[in-house]
Write a protein that binds this ligand. Structure first.
Ligand code: ADP
Ligand code: G6P
Length: 500
C-alpha cells in the first residue's frame, strides 16, 4: 500500500525485461560497446528509469563471462541520441546464463511455444517439457537478479515510497512469485506489475499449454497485470476463472487469488509522437520514384501476415491492371529470431514469392515489389513513412503494432496518405479511421488497396487528421502516466515527457 506521503517521483522503478534497452557488442579490439535497442518499450520506459534513478534488469544480448561485473558495462557514447543514452551503467543489472539453457528458454520456450500460442497459432507451437524446465530456471534467475536490484534500492536513502517492480512480456511470466518469495524473506517492501506486449489468447487456445495453470499463477503474483486492449484483459480473466477457479469481477476487471485482489487493466501503448513528427520534418527524401508507394515495415515474423500481403498485392495487380506501372509495393523486413526454423522458412518463402510476382508483372522500366531485407535507421524510416501513399499493416495477429502509429505520426505531407490495418491487431481496435483489411480474404484485401489508392483527398485528410489527433494525445508518455495511475501513483509532469 502507498501512503500519501509517498512522493511519486521518488518511487524507484525497477524494469525487468528479457532484453536490456541496449545490446552489448564486442568490438574488433575487444572493447565492449553499447548499441541501443529500438522499440516502444525502451522509448517509453527509459526516461522514467533514467530520471528516477531506477534500475533495468535484463539480458545484454550476448553471453558474458561468468565473472562479469556490471561495473564494466560501458557508458553510452557522447554521440548517442537514443532514448537510452542517459541510462548509466550503474542502473543496469545484467542477467547472464549458460548458453544452452538460454537457448532452450529463449528460442525453445519463448519463441517456439509462447509466441505462436499467444498469437493463436497452435499449429506452429512446440510443446516441450525440457523447454519449459529451462523457462522455469531462467525466470528464477531473473527473479534473483531483481531481488538484488530491490536490495540496492532499499539501501538508497534518497528513495522514499515503495519501489515498483515492472515485469515485461511473455519471457518472464513466472518471475513474480519467485521475486515475492525471495524479497519477503528479506523483508523488502515492493509493488509488482506485469505488462504483456502481445495478445492474451482466448481460453480454448491458452489451455492447450500443458503448464497453463503455472503461467496464470505466475502472472497473478503481481498486484496489477496490464494488456494493450480490453479483449486481452477479458481473455485473461476468463482463463483465471476457468483454469484456476478464481473469483473474478469482469466489470471492474479484478481477479481474487491467494487472498489478494489482482487488478487487470487495458493500457494501450503509444509512441513518442512528437519525436516522429520531428524526424519526419527533418528527414531527407528517400523515395525518389514518381510511383505511388504502398509501404510495409515489419520484423520478418509469420504473425505479420507478409505472405498474405504479397498475395493480396498480386490479386490487386490482376484485378486492377490500371495501376500497373504507377504503383509499387515497398516491403522493409528486419531479420528476426533467425535461429528458429519457422523464421528461416518464412525468409525462403518471401524470397520466392517476391521473385515470382516480380517476374510475372515487371516491365523493362518498372517492377511491382521492392523488398529490403534489413533494418533501416529511424530518420530514414520516418522519410519512408512520410512519403508513402499507403501503409499496409496487415498482421494475422498482433498485440498492438507500433508501425501503424509511427506511420500516422509521420504523415505531415498535404494531402496525406491512407492507413490500412488488420482487425486482428490491437491497433485495428483503436485506430478507427483506418481502412480495415482482413489479411485472410485476399480478394477483399485487393479491393481495400484499390480503395486506399483512389480515395478522395477530403476523405483522406479527415481520416488522417483524426488518427493523428488520437495518437498525439495517447502517446507513450500518456501510456506511462496511465501505468503509474494504475499502480495507484501519479507521476510529476517533469518525470515523463523527455521523449520529445
Ligand atoms: P513487434 O513489436 O512485433 O516487432 P511493432 O510494430 O509493435 O511490432 O514494433 C516494431 C518496432 O520495430 C517499431 O518501432 C518499428 O519502427 C521497428 N521496425 C520494424 N521494422 C523495422 C525495419 N525494417 N527497420 C527499422 N525499424 C523497424
Ligand atoms: C516483440 C516482443 C518483444 C521482443 C520483440 C523483438 O515486440 O513483444 O518482447 O523484444 O518482439 O523480439 P526479440 O526476440 O528479438 O527480442
Amino acid at each position: 500500500t502507498i501512503t500519501a506521503a509517498d512522493s511519486p517521483s521518488k518511487r524507484s522503478l525497477i524494469v525487468v525485461s528479457n532484453r536490456l534497452p541496449f545490446v552489448l557488442k564486442k568490438a574488433a579490439d575487444g572493447r565492449m560497446t553499447r548499441l541501443a535497442s529500438a522499440g516502444g518499450l525502451v522509448t517509453a520506459v527509459a526516461p522514467v528509469v533514467i530520471k528516477g534513478k531506477g534500475l533495468w534488469v535484463g539480458w545484454p544480448g550476448l553471453h558474458l563471462p561468468k565473472d562479469f561485473n556490471d561495473a564494466n558495462i560501458p557508458e553510452s557514447d557522447p554521440s548517442d541520441q537514443s532514448p537510452t543514452a542517459g541510462l548509466k551503467s550503474e542502473q543496469v543489472v545484467t542477467v547472464n546464463c549458460d548458453p544452452d539453457l538460454f537457448e532452450m528458454y529463449y528460442n525453445g520456450c519463448c519463441n517456439g511455444t509462447h509466441w505462436p500460442l499467444f498469437h493463436s497459432m497452435p499449429g506452429r507451437t512446440i510443446f516441450s517439457a525440457d523447454h519449459w524446465r529451462a523457462y522455469v530456471k531462467v525466470n528464477k534467475l531473473f527473479a534473483e537478479k531483481t531481488v538484488d536490484a530491490l536490495e540496492r534500492c532499499s539501501q538508497n536513502k534518497g528513495n522514499n515510497g515503495v519501489p515498483i517492480v515492472w515485469i515485461h512480456d511473455y519471457h518472464l511470466m513466472l518471475c513474480a512469485n519467485y521475486i515475492r518469495e525471495l524479497a519477503e524473506e528479506k523483508n523488502i517492501e515492493f509493488q509488482l506489475a506485469f505488462f504483456l506486449h502481445i495478445p492474451f489468447p482466448p481460453w480454448d487456445i491458452f489451455r492447450l499449454f500443458p503448464w497453463s495453470d503455472e503461467i496464470l499463477q505466475g502472472m497473478l503474483g503481481c498486484d496489477m497485470v496490464g494488456f494493450h486492449i480490453r479483449d486481452y484483459c477479458l481473455n485473461f480473466v476468463d482463463c483465471c476463472q476457468r483454469n484456476l477457479g478464481c473469483r473474478v469481477d469482469r466489470k471492474n476487471l479484478l481477479v481474487e487469488h491467494g487472498g489478494r485482489s489482482v487488478r487487470v487493466r487495458p493500457l494501450p501503448i503509444g509512441i513518442p509522437f512528437d519525436r516522429f513528427v520531428e524526424l519526419a520534418t527533418k528527414a531527407k527524401k528517400v523515395i525518389k520514384t514518381k510511383h505511388k508507394v504502398i509501404l510495409g515495415v515489419d520484423r520478418l515474423d509469420y504473425t505479420k501476415g507478409l505472405v498474405n500481403r504479397l498475395k493480396a498485392f498480386e490479386v490487386f495487380l490482376e484485378r486492377h491492371p490500371e495501376h500497373i506501372g504507377t504503383v509499387s509495393f515497398l516491403q522493409i523486413a528486419v531479420p528476426s529470431r533467425t535461429d528458429v526454423l519457422e523464421y528461416q522458412q518464412l525468409k525462403e518463402e518471401m524470397d520466392q514469392l517476391v521473385g515470382r510476382i516480380n517476374g510475372r508483372f515487371s516491365t523493362a522500366i518498372w517492377s511491382p515489389i521492392r523488398y529490403i531485407f534489413g533494418c533501416v535507421g529511424q530518420s530514414e524510416l520516418a522519410a519512408y513513412y512520410r512519403d508513402a501513399a499507403v501503409a499496409l499493416v496487415t498482421p494475422l495477429r498482433d498485440g498492438m503494432n507500433l508501425v501503424a502509429k509511427e506511420f500516422v505520426a509521420c504523415q505531415i505531407n498535404e494531402p496525406p496518405g491512407v492507413l490500412i490495418v488488420s482487425p486482428f491487431a490491437g491497433a485495428g481496435e483503436t485506430m478507427h479511421e483506418a481502412l480495415l483489411c482482413n489479411p485472410y480474404e485476399l480478394d477483399a484485401a485487393a479491393e481495400v488497396i484499390n480503395r486506399a489508392l483512389t480515395m478522395p483527398v477530403d476523405e483522406r485528410t479527415l481520416r488522417m487528421s483524426r488518427l493523428r489527433r488520437r495518437e498525439k494525445e495517447h502517446d507513450v508518455d500518456h501510456w506511462m502516466r496511465s501505468f503509474m495511475k494504475a499502480m495507484g501513483s501519479d507521476v510529476e509532469e517533469d518525470d515523463i515527457g523527455t521523449t520529445r
